[in-house]
Design a binder for this molecule. Structure first.
Ligand code: BT5
Length: 324
């Protein structure tokens, strides 16, 4: 934000609900009346609703929906998750920043949030569509003392937390598709990406990236996504407060995470199976090298998917895309 913009917003918040004359603003900011008008127009472009009345001046009627530190921390009831927030209006990828912060020694529970990702990423180098002001694009830094092969459990833990958080905040019920998709009526509403910061066999940090489609309308999605993606606004019929949803997810995740560290994967596993759509069904798992069709039996204690083919052979699937 430019310093003029910051001063202008400060001026309006110091005089909340009041009209500020163009004259007064130009004096306080030390700029011309024309410059004031330009800054007001820029605020409008950024989603502020402003009233302009002759001889009275300007008044802010409503602020745009943002998901910066202020909004997230007001009303957050966690101890660690989201207590440290790194926020930028626009980033390449919150994952990338979280990796850097983890490397620099960020505390557990630190989150990186942005209104927009220019290069949001999915698994295997795929892109994650992250348009401005409509979604929750967040990376959470965890520092669990677990073996690297247990890290996939955290993807499942995150998925369960997201489903429960969304249900608490909106009442909308989602399903989980192994390993990292959250669906509503078969369409993807959330994607999760778990990345390790590890040295040989030691985990320094786990970065859990969560991308949630919240306030997009159908036409906001590029054509190739329209058939497979959805948002909470599309499913719920109206827009939602993104900060409130993130707060609910962080709370669910913190509770489940500490339970997991103390008591192990069992509770996560049971919850996960209760939300999973594919278990017990015929599915097709496409891995990098081949594809296997069979019945999804469940997940192991490591979070590995068990798939029984028609010959009765049980395959352990570590990473794949699933078709139901
Ligand atoms: C994922 O990958 O689902 C993980 C997405 C993780 C995104 C978060 S946002 C915060 C953090 N920062 C990042 O840079 N990333 C994380 P995958 O299973 O590979 O799915 C990717 C596929 O989903 C794409 O190839 C598209 O087909 C589809 N897709 C892309 N954007 C989408 C969206 N916004 N909604 C639904 N589907 C989408």
């Amino acid at each position: 934000q430019s310093s003029i913009r910051k001063q202008l917003l400060k001026l309006f918040s110091d005089h909340e609900g009041e009209f500020l004359s163009g004259q007064l603003i130009s004096e306080k900011l030390g700029c011309s009346r024309t410059a004031v008008w330009k800054h007001i127009e820029e605020l409008r472009k950024d989603g502020f609703e402003l009233e302009a009345v002759q001889r009275k001046g300007y008044r802010i009627i409503s602020k745009p929906d943002r998901i910066s530190g202020n909004e997230i921390q007001l009303g957050l009831n966690t101890k660690f998750f989201g207590r440290e927030i790194y926020y930028e209006e626009s980033v390449d990828s919150t994952q990338k920043i979280a990796h850097r912060l983890a490397y620099e020694g960020a505390v557990e529970g630190t989150i990186v949030v942005s209104e927009e990702q220019r290069m949001g990423r999915g698994r295997l180098g795929r892109a994650w569509f992250s348009p401005i002001y409509t979604g929750i694009w967040v990376s959470i830094i965890l520092k669990p003392e677990i073996a690297p092969q247990q890290a996939p459990q955290l993807t499942l833990l995150a998925a369960v937390s997201v489903v429960r958080g969304i249900q608490k905040a909106t009442g909308i019920r989602c399903d989980i598709k192994w390993p990292n998709d959250i669906l509503i009526n078969g369409k993807k509403v959330v994607g999760i990406l778990t990345e390790l910061v590890a040295e040989s066999d030691r985990i320094n940090a786990v970065i859990v990236g969560i991308g949630m489609n919240v306030n997009q309308e159908r036409e906001h999605f590029p054509e190739d996504l329209q058939a497979i993606a959805t948002s909470l606004a599309i499913e719920g019929g109206h827009k939602w407060n993104r900060a409130a949803i993130l707060q609910a997810v962080l709370k669910e995740m913190e509770d489940l995470y500490f339970d997991y560290l103390k008591n192990g994967f069992q509770v996560v596993k049971l919850l996960w199976e209760s939300y999973a759509v594919s278990i017990g069904k015929q599915i097709k798992a496409r891995t990098l090298t081949n594809s296997i069709t069979g019945k999804a039996l469940g997940i192991t204690d490591e979070g590995v998917l068990l798939l029984e083919d028609e010959k009765g052979t049980v395959h352990r699937i570590y990473s794949a895309d699933i078709e139901i």
